[in-house]
Design a binder for this molecule. Structure first.
Ligand code: GLV
Ligand code: MN
Ligand code: MN
Ligand code: MN
Length: 424
């Protein structure tokens, strides 16, 4: 391909595998949980500490810091043409509550490593390079995920989630304001791809979170697109009652109603090919006590499919299926997140594939089953992702693992791709 032999020989060697690994292990201490896991929710003290650590490394390396009103964090490396549209690269720093050490954070650490490698290799770029850490990608504390990139890209207004509360009743707006106040010393930038901040391309490095690369002993996933996701919240309302005295036949038991609803939804979403993915991941029960009938249940639905028509049809059928399953309670269904299947433009996947080939790495074109901030960048600029193997395909779990060597290989591809895109 056209990129072959175009990776400067000094660049791969300038990617520092042990520096990157040490940084990841340092980040993993912020929110460390048993079994090598991480619990670092968005807009918490731990998140602030992780951001300060990143900022320390980046400013030592000569990058300049700015933060927008969604708390998205940017670290800028100047190019030879300061007014040129930057290449944007990064991911997220928040984790799932029972998460691992690599989901998200590697893409941010790798982006900084790529910039440092380009510099340490004595290379210049025509365009600036900006490293970004998007706010609340996981949606574990405040649902949905990808709030930072959705607001930045104009997919949603930045006030959309003001009233969304975590399990302790803290709203997203309150947590955001607290974090912005704690970072009042950091320079601000306008929200969005406005003026000189509009990128020429976006690239995100991430662990695969699935088994394909490992199974075929491959190094790099060239991500071609992302399957669609729809998130719903179902609120079931019944009546609290005494567990010992209230006849079962007279109850309005919200937990029993939830069971009926989930059974009906399992039937609706059953897919013999196991491509449609249906998950009930959070259940909140009120009053949540052993000897009272529940009067309220709130549960979440996460529905995913790579085909827009199927995702539309099945997602649109959820509300009716819920209503049809009711016997003794009432229920409402609210859609919280809609991300239709996304295909990346050819530019970035082609550049990633060419870089992997030039570096002698084995790559595979593949779609992502997880959602990522990258899908919200597609309407803004050519976008794409680099995957590295996940041991056992496991993620959103403490045992999530990718070796230092595998991560360094991914970062070499990122550095080569960013260098290439930043000189176009
Ligand atoms: C993101 O973490 C997802 O759930 O795909
Ligand atoms: Mn992630
Ligand atoms: Mn994740
Ligand atoms: Mn994710």
């Amino acid at each position: 391909s056209t990129m072959t032999n175009r990776v400067p020989p000094t660049l791969p060697a300038a990617v520092d595998e042990s520096r990157q690994w040490a940084r990841l292990m340092g980040m993993a201490m912020l929110g460390e949980i048993p079994g090598d896991g991480v619990d670092r929710a968005a807009l918490t003290l731990l998140d602030r500490q992780a951001r300060r650590l990143l900022i320390e490394w980046a400013t030592e390396a000569g990058l300049t810091v700015s933060v927008d009103e969604m708390n998205n964090l940017f670290l800028r490396h100047e190019g030879l043409e300061p007014g040129a549209a930057p290449v944007l690269t990064g991911s997220h720093m928040d984790s799932q509550p029972n998460g691992g050490r690599f989901d998200g954070i590697w893409g941010v650490v790798a982006a900084l490593e790529a910039v440092q490698a380009i510099r340490d290799a004595g290379l210049t770029t025509r365009r600036p390079i900006e490293v970004v850490a998007w706010t609340n990608e996981e949606g574990g504390r405040f649902a949905p995920g990808c709030m930072g990139s959705m607001a930045w890209s104009g997919h949603s207004a930045s006030t959309t989630w003001d009233g969304v509360a975590d399990l302790h009743g803290t709203t997203f707006r309150a947590a955001l304001e607290e974090q912005m106040a704690a970072e009042a010393d950091l320079p601000r930038r306008p929200l969005g791809p406005v003026g000189a901040a509009r990128p020429s391309a976006y690239i995100e490095a991430h662990i695969e979170q699935g088994p394909l690369l490992e199974a075929d002993m491959l190094d790099i996933g060239v991500v071609t697109g992302i399957q669609g996701s729809r998130w719903f919240v179902v609120d079931v309302a019944g009546r609290s009652d005494h567990a010992g005295t209230a006849p079962v036949s007279l109850r309005q038991d919200a937990v029993q109603e939830m069971v009926r609803i989930v059974n009906a939804l399992n039937t609706l979403t059953h897919d013999p090919a196991d491509v449609l993915r249906f998950t009930v991941g959070r259940v909140e029960v009120h009053p949540n006590t052993s000897n009272s009938v529940a009067d309220r249940v709130r549960f979440t639905i996460d529905l995913r499919h790579p085909d827009a028509d199927i995702l539309r049809e099945k997602g649109d059928a959820i509300a009716g299926t819920v209503q049809a399953a009711l016997r003794h309670c009432t229920a409402t269904v609210t859609e919280r997140f809609t991300a239709m299947p996304t295909a990346f433009q050819e530019l970035v996947p082609d550049a990633v594939e060419a870089a992997a080939e030039a570096l002698g790495l084995r790559s595979l074109r593949m779609a992502s089953g997880a959602f990522h901030d990258a899908q919200f960048l597609v309407p803004v600029c050519p976008s794409g992702m680099i995957f590295v193997p996940s041991r056992g395909g496991i993620s959103h779990h403490p045992s999530e693992y990718t070796s230092p060597e595998q991560l360094a290989a991914g970062t070499r591809v990122l550095a080569a791709t960013v260098w290439d895109l930043a000189n176009r």
